[in-house]
Design a binder for this molecule. Structure first.
Ligand SMILES: C[S@@+](CC[C@H](N)C(=O)[O-])C[C@H]1O[C@@H](n2cnc3c(N)ncnc32)[C@H](O)[C@@H]1O
Length: 158
């Protein structure tokens, strides 16, 4: 079984699949990836930021593609980031995932217990300023009430 097959299998079996919309995870991830490459001249040596990565449905096809680059994912729900560490970063060394302490009450029921250990969102963005060739954020702004500082993300596909 390939690394990609194994990760998507783990997603199908995870309760967190429902937290990110409960659709077939591979179909969503591959659909998102297609929309990226159709709209952006993505190169294999690019560094891509998956903002609000959830359990990494989009991160996985990106990690597969970025053979000479990197995929950084961040999400405010620590349990999802733990999943990404365990299932994705362990198989794709070109990936890294961080839990950020963010303001989005919609997700507080999932994130509340982790807010003290997560990295401050502003500090994360400051530390990564200018590092990304592309930021993607699928189904994140549709679940948020705040305005976003898109300028710090550079080019952004949502
Ligand atoms: C509907 S899910 C989509 C997950 C992923 N992008 C995908 O398509 O599979 C939205 C995700 O955004 C995350 N999120 C929402 N606001 C966020 C914020 N301010 N910072 C980090 N993550 C956030 C949530 O925790 C959740 O995992």
């Amino acid at each position: 079984m390939s690394a990609t097959d194994a990760v998507f299998d783990a997603m199908r079996q995870s309760e967190m699949r429902a937290w990110v919309g409960d659709a077939e995870p591979r179909a969503i991830g591959e659909q998102n990836f297609r929309s990226i490459v159709e709209n952006f001249p993505l190169r294999r040596d690019h560094t891509v930021f998956d903002f609000g990565c959830g359990i990494g449905r989009t991160s996985v096809p990106l990690a597969e593609f970025l053979t000479e680059g990197r995929l950084i994912g961040a999400d405010m729900v620590a349990k999802q980031i733990q999943f990404c560490h365990l299932e994705i970063a362990s198989r794709f060394p070109n990936t890294a995932f961080r839990c950020t302490r963010a303001h989005n009450p919609h997700y507080y029921p999932y994130a509340a217990a982790d807010r003290d250990t997560a990295i401050d969102e502003a500090a994360f963005f400051a530390a990564h300023h200018g590092m990304f060739d592309l930021t993607v954020a699928f189904s994140v702004f549709t679940h948020s009430i705040r305005r976003w500082p898109l300028a710090i993300c550079g080019r952004c596909a949502t």
